[in-house]
Ligand binder design. Structure first.
Ligand code: AMP
Ligand code: ZN
Length: 117
């Protein structure tokens, strides 16, 4: 099985599926969620195919911090840093993960509910 060919987010990272790339470097990529749940809804992913936090090799754990750092920058760029925003990483079926490539949601631009589940 060709993991990258079968993964929608790898295909975006590899330029095989067009997306409005908001940020990219050698490690990370950010693009708008196709089904936005808030005025700002951006997905941040590593280029490397990592299925989930649970399947993340320990040596790649720094990516989570790097993704949070990028989320902070994008929140500033989108004018939501001061009012507030939410960062979410779903993991596995009961965690609500639909795409099996590690990703962080950056949500903001409206009052978000206090309930998580
Ligand atoms: P999750 O439920 O945490 O796995 O989130 C997956 C997210 O990916 C959902 O919010 C989808 O709307 C979003 N999504 C799926 N396909 C695409 C795509 N081609 N481009 C942008 N976002 C996508
Ligand atoms: Zn992938």
């Amino acid at each position: 099985m060709d993991e990258r060919a079968d993964c929608i987010f790898c295909r975006i990272a590899d330029g095989k599926i067009k997306s409005n790339i908001l940020y990219q470097d050698e490690e990370l990529l950010a693009f708008p969620d196709i089904n936005p749940l808030a005025p700002t809804h951006i997905l941040i992913i590593p280029r490397k195919h990592i299925a989930s936090v649970a399947e993340m090799p320990t040596q790649d754990a720094h990516l989570i911090g790097d993704m949070a750092k990028l989320a902070k920058k994008l929140a500033g760029d989108n004018g939501i840093a001061e009012k507030g925003f939410r960062l979410v990483i779903n993991n596995g079926p009961e965690g609500g993960q639909g795409v099996n490539h590690l990703h962080m949601h950056l949500l903001g631009g409206r009052q978000l509910g206090s309930k998580l589940g």
